[in-house]
Ligand binder design. Structure first.
Ligand code: 3HC
Ligand code: NAI
Length: 692
């Protein structure tokens, strides 16, 4: 029997080995489904074949359904039918799972009669992260195989689990130490002639319905915005209440309904935008990154220590430096405390903690940089200090090492110009807390060499970040748009809104935290000092700081905090203070609706996003969205500001911005040319080629 281009087939001593062969991640597109269905049909009647092993070529067993087919016309067999066909084959089918089996890939595995996993296997149903549910029988087969409660958690967490966690759940029958295919082949042989264990027929593992209902209630309370989570709950309940085939039909209908929900469209768009961000325009294909085995971080403050921990977490030796012993000691102590909290919480073993701490060293002065492949500067946000650090690094660092600055706002080209090697310099803008936040803005300077950029992108992935390339401008993409939003917060407060109203409107929109509570968390004095340095006035925020209200650190900011507490409480003193500032500035106060608050905070950001695209600071609308989703808490199910713009309609946004500009006299609010173009052409995604 010949191989198809999408699978490979070999038959040895009565065992057929079918392998998915659709690089890079073996998605189950139409051609693969046809190849598997046709081959299994033939093998079912082939007298020399007694059992079948289903494996895969490459590092990933199977990434599931081909998401690019979603919402488009596709051809039979559909995935549920392909898997249902396993049930009419009366020869054992055993899955040999090496690498990730996700979504439809795991559902394929659930349709088999037994499952053998390799040590590196990861199994999961991430569909909810795309706003859909497992739509190829997973909602019915999984509860029957491992029980309703663990099945519900696997589906609604969306996170894959490793082979050793899958074994006690009964999700796999064995974990092979060596050759997974050989172990699965041996297992298949042992099943020949024995009754087949079809997942659809299992009745003894689903567990009590009361336990499921209790788990369902807590899951629903945790995830109010994602309709896919509620759908998973309904479908697992159906596993108790409906016959298997009726429940499958219900699952299919539910899947198709969710597919057309804007929230799922947003999540799928975000999935591809994140992957597209990895492809850097203008970076020649195959540009080899520079070696990266030893790092130095200059500055042992909040960011420096967090960044150093990222390296230690990734197994890369790192030295963090500062100007005196005490600063170094404090920095290392902070890293140790953070790891101790993780150990206490159970998310890190003591051994892993010790291994990380062993990779993390502290030194006074910058001499350690001489040995480094990459140096990341995280000293005070002042140009003169940063330039002095880079000039010294230029003297001591070996040729070819990558020199990066973690500046939030400053001009990377001016920093690079302090060295004689601007081609080796770029920005690596981490977000606080650096050891937690996934976003990494990679700031490409005017002279940054292609292989330095390639190194930064690879380093970002090694540090488990989402790296996005941006250009040089004040605040790059994220902070530049944030500044526009902050200006609107100020304006809204002055015109009549209160901090609690602004935060309530924006959390209802989907952010976990409002801008006022966020300001309190970061410390209002930080922005105050930065504004004073450049002569910018923010009447309300300035007045709060002048009254000693710096945020959580002083117990008072936009809100009031109990001693040691982090919960914001409305403070009447703030309402009085703001009213007094409005009066002083002769701004009449009025009631401002939640809808107006959301529009005034998001539309100017979208406008700034359009300018950022015009200036080519970001290459694609998707890159801006990836930044806001991963660095600033934009709700994932709203896809990011530029995706949101397409949903709301650029024409409406442009019109509202025009009104806002007229009302406020702030000409920067006039819609950017690209926003006008998007309004005429129906959206940003189409305009600039982001894949929705
Ligand atoms: N459909 C279409 N394309 C996919 C895909 C999928 N399910 N999964 C990955 N790809 C593409 C990526 O877009 C990327 O394309 P590019 O090279 O053009 O940018 C390429 O495959 C490689 O992907 P990654 O860069 O993500 O590769 P990694 O090796 O870093 O990660 C992975 C591999 C962990 C499998 C990761 O790709 C992943 O998480 N994929 C999605 C898994 C998923 O969500 N599956 C559920 C799909 S929905 C489903 O199955 C519905 C069913 O219930 C009916
Ligand atoms: P920080 O004040 O906590 O730490 C700065 C550290 O640099 C201090 O320990 C200081 O002693 C040290 N330092 C100063 N001059 C030095 C020199 N010449 N050599 C060695 N060490 C020196 O500041 P933070 O918050 O860590 O910020 C550092 C940089 O990161 C700044 O550029 C900031 O804009 C940027 N950043 C800050 C974020 C935040 O949320 N705090 C987020 C992203 C970037």
């Amino acid at each position: 029997m010949p191989d198809s281009e999408q699978i490979t087939l070999s038959v040895e001593a009565g065992i057929a080995i079918v392998k998915l062969a659709n690089p890079p991640v073996n998605v189950l597109g139409a051609a693969v489904r046809q190849a598997v269905a046709g081959t299994l049909r033939r093998l079912a009647t082939e007298p020399d074949v007694r059992a079948i092993v289903l494996g895969a070529e490459g590092r990933t067993f199977c990434a599931g359904a081909d998401i690019t087919e979603f919402g488009k016309q596709t051809v039979a067999p559909f995935l549920p039918d392909l898997i249902a066909a396993f049930d009419v084959i009366d020869k054992p089918i055993v899955a040999a799972i090496d690498g990730a089996a996700l979504g439809g890939g795991l559902e394929l595995v659930l349709g088999c009669h037994a499952r053998i996993a390799g040590r590196a296997a990861r199994l999961g149903l991430p569909e909810v992260t795309l706003g859909v549910l497992p739509g190829a029988g997973g909602t019915q087969r999984l509860p029957r195989l491992i029980g309703a409660v663990p099945a519900l958690h696997l589906m609604t967490d969306g996170k894959p689990i490793p082979a050793e966690a899958a074994l006690p759940l009964g999700l796999v029958d064995a974990v092979a130490e060596g050759d997974v295919l050989a172990a699965a082949t041996a297992h298949a042989r042992s099943l020949i002639g024995r009754p087949l264990r079809r997942t659809r027929d299992l009745t003894d593992r689903i567990g009590p319905s009361a336990d499921f209902e209790a788990a369902a209630a807590s899951v629903l309370a945790r995830e109010p915005h994602n309709p896919a989570v509620a759908a998973c709950v309904d479908m697992v309940r159906a596993a108790f209440d409906l016959p298997f085939d009726a429940a499958l039909a219900e699952e299919r209908a539910c899947f198709l309904r969710l597919l057309h929900d804007d929230r799922s469209k947003a999540l799928r768009y975000a999935f591809f935008a994140e992957r597209q961000a990895a492809h850097v325009p203008g970076l020649p294909a195959g540009t080899a990154p520079r070696p990266m085995s030893r790092a130095v971080v200059v500055g042992a403050g909040t960011m420096g220590v967090g960044i150093a921990m990222c390296f230690a977490n990734a197994g890369i030796p790192v030295t963090v430096t500062d100007t005196d012993d005490e600063a170094v000691r404090r920095g290392l102590a902070r890293a140790a405390e953070t790891y101790a909290v993780s150990v206490k919480r159970g998310s890190l073993t003591p051994e892993a903690r010790n291994a990380r701490l062993a990779l993390l060293q502290g030194r006074v002065g910058m001499a350690a940089a001489a040995e480094a492949d990459v140096v990341i500067e995280a000293v005070f946000e002042e140009m003169d200090i940063k330039r002095a650090v880079f000039a010294e690094l230029d003297r001591i660092v070996r040729p070819g090492a990558v020199l990066a600055t973690n500046t939030s706002f400053l001009n990377v080209d001016q920093i690079a110009a302090a060295t004689g090697r601007p081609q080796d310099v770029l920005g690596l803008h981490f977000f606080s807390p650096a050891n937690v936040m996934r976003l990494l803005e990679v700031v490409r300077g005017q002279h940054t060499a292609p292989d330095v950029l390639a190194t930064a992108m690879q380093l970002g992935r090694t540090l488990q970040k989402v790296p996005v390339v941006v250009g040089v401008c004040r605040g790059f993409v994220g902070n530049r748009m944030l500044a526009v939003r902050s200006a609107q917060v100020e304006r809204l407060l002055l015109e009549g809104a209160l901090p609690e109203q602004i935060d309530a409107a924006i959390t209802r929109f989907g952010f976990r935290m409002g801008p006022c509570a966020m300001g309190d968390l970061a410390g209002l004095d930080v922005g105050w000092r930065a504004r004073r340095a450049v002569g910018i006035v923010a009447p309300v925020s300035d007045a709060l700081c002048e009254a000693g209200r710096f945020g959580q650190k002083t117990g008072l900011g936009f809100f009031r905090y109990e001693a040691g507490g982090r919960t914001p409480h409305t403070d009447p003193a703030v309402a009085a203070l703001i009213a007094e500032v409005s009066e002083r500035h002769s701004v009449p106060r009025r009631a401002i609706s939640a809808e107006e608050i959301v529009e005034r905070l998001t539309f100017p950001m979208i406008n700034e996003g359009a300018r950022i695209l015009e200036e080519r600071i970001a290459a694609r609308p998707g890159d801006i969205d990836v930044i806001w989703l991963n660095g600033y808490g934009w709700p994932a199910w709203r896809g990011g500001p530029m995706f949101h713009a397409d949903l709301v309609g650029p024409a409406r946004i442009a019109a509202r911005l025009g009104e806002m500009a007229t009302m406020s006299g702030d000409e920067t609010l006039r819609p950017a040319a690209l926003l006008q173009a998007a309004a005429a052409h129906g959206g940003f995604a189409g305009l600039a080629g982001a894949r929705p």
